[in-house]
Design a protein around this ligand. Structure first.
Ligand code: EPZ
Length: 426
């Protein structure tokens, strides 16, 4: 087990190459189950959640091979329809094998998904909407069992734009006899990317990027070669780090158009940002001003995944920044940890008020979720003296090469082994 040691105070300068999006590649890997000939996916990050998705594919009888950032998946031999607890419990995206296996095998058995503890994270919308289309569910001994009884098509209404439920519906309906229209679908770029992959494999889906998506089922999907879109939250992570610390960074192979609300806030805080084509350049003096109230919302609103990151960036900003979290019930897990550094944050229900302080001091911090972990590292980089960050298993699920990238930018950061008697909850 490892922890990170950070000595704050360095400015960050240099270049970072952004990886493919975690939240795109995971549904696309589930979608590979639908394809009866091999798929080639470029720009796939080498992170723990992707390794878990590959282990699930292999446990189902698929072949998976990595060559650099390219994954080759052959699902022609898929012969099982059960996702075991030891794999399903490792990440939220295991639930996407529900739609994928229903489409390919007509039935699916899954242990409940894991992932970041951001609240209850129910799957009622997945189950209700698939039930409306003729799937029948039972839940026994911790295993969700699903099978088509009588398939129907028509309209499905999602009462809230759930990313996962939209993805499961796309996967379940891509192979069918009939047409399904989703109303109230999520509009995240990662959904558009999943649709891009499914279309490349022969699916007939219209309305990507809108709340109304029409899926005309087809009989078969073939293999496809596809490039995963850049990770907008990894991009936001480096932007917020450099904004808070001060510095001059260039991010390559990213897409600033997917991050307009975050870039808008960082500009308001005083950063100079140039976003052209696949590159974003940010200059920051490190002396930021508070931002206008930030309310998280489904895309194209301010992403909940960037809330903790921006909060960490403005801990020393002049004035008060207010954050309202509307997507998840428990997405302020980083706040008590940030307070250990001397941050002035008042938490009340869904709202966190951050009053900038002149100095933060080092402390021992424990991450409880993926983006919270990146926020604690950001805050450690801003603080005077040494900080320790534990709970790195969360970070490994979603970031490739973060420590090395930060070292390359000039940060004083290193991972060290935690001596065995002190290994707990890491
Ligand atoms: C996806 O989670 C992402 N995960 C999350 O990123 C992201 O924060 C979230 O979308 C919102 O953008 C992946 O793509 C793997 P939702 P997901 O279904 O699909 C409620 C990260 O850090 N809800 O849109 O789980 C739910 O509880 C992760 O990379 C129901 O009530 O998000 C939440 O409050 C964390 N019933 C809200 O909807 C349901 O059946 C949004 O959830 C489903 C969801």
């Amino acid at each position: 087990m490892k922890k990170l040691l950070i000595t704050g105070g360095a400015r960050l300068s240099g270049t970072v190459r952004i990886h493919g999006a975690k939240n795109s590649v995971l549904p696309v890997l589930a979608a590979c189950c639908l394809c009866t000939s091999p798929c080639v996916l470029h720009n796939c990050p080498d992170i723990e959640d992707v390794r878990t998705a590959l282990a699930i594919l292999e446990s189902l009888g698929c072949k998976a091979r990595r060559e650099g950032s390219t994954l080759c998946i052959d699902a022609s031999g898929l012969s099982k329809f059960r996702v075991e607890k030891r794999l399903a419990g490792k990440m939220r995206s295991s639930i996407l094998f529900l739609g994928a296996l229903l489409a390919r095998c007509g039935k699916a058995e899954l242990a409940l998904p894991g992932g970041c503890p951001l609240g209850e994270r129910p799957i009622d919308l997945h189950v209700k909407s698939l039930s409306k289309l003729g799937a029948r569910f039972s839940f026994e001994k911790g295993i969700l069992q699903a099978a088509w009884r009588e398939r129907s098509d028509g309209d499905v209404f999602l009462p809230r734009p759930s990313v996962g439920a939209t993805e499961n519906l796309l996967l379940a309906c891509a192979l069918m006899n009939g047409t399904v229209t989703l109303h109230g679908a999520a509009r995240e770029p990662e959904i558009t990317d999943l649709i891009g992959f499914l279309r490349a494999a022969g699916a007939d889906i219209r309305g990507a990027g809108s709340g109304d998506i029409t899926i005309r089922g087809v009989k078969k999907l073939h293999g496809a070669t596809y490039t995963i879109l850049p990770d907008r939250i990894e991009t936001a992570t480096y932007l917020c780090m450099a904004a808070g610390c001060g510095g001059d960074v260039a991010l390559r192979r990213c897409d600033g158009r997917l991050l307009a609300p975050v870039i808008g806030c960082l500009r308001e805080a005083g950063c100079e940002i140039r976003s052209v084509g696949s590159e974003i350049a940010l200059k920051s003096s490190g002396k930021l001003t508070a931002v206008s109230p930030v309310t998280t919302a489904p895309y194209p609103g301010f992403p909940t995944d960037a809330q903790a990151l921006l909060m960490a960036a403005v801990l020393r900003a002049k004035g008060e920044s207010v954050f309202q979290e509307t997507v998840f019930e428990r997405r302020f897990l980083h706040v008590p940890e940030l307070q250990k550094l001397g941050a002035d944050i008042v938490l009340s229900g869904k709202t966190a008020r951050v009053r900038g302080v002149a100095h933060l001091h080092g402390a021992m911090l424990r991450a409880e979720d993926l983006r919270g972990a990146a926020a604690l590292i950001t805050a450690g980089l801003l603080a005077e003296g040494e900080s320790e960050v534990l709970g790195l298993s969360h970070l490994a699920r979603g970031y490739e090469n973060l420590e090395q990238n930060l070292k390359n930018l000039g940060a004083a950061i290193k991972s060290v082994d935690i001596p065995a008697p002190f290994v707990y909850n890491t």
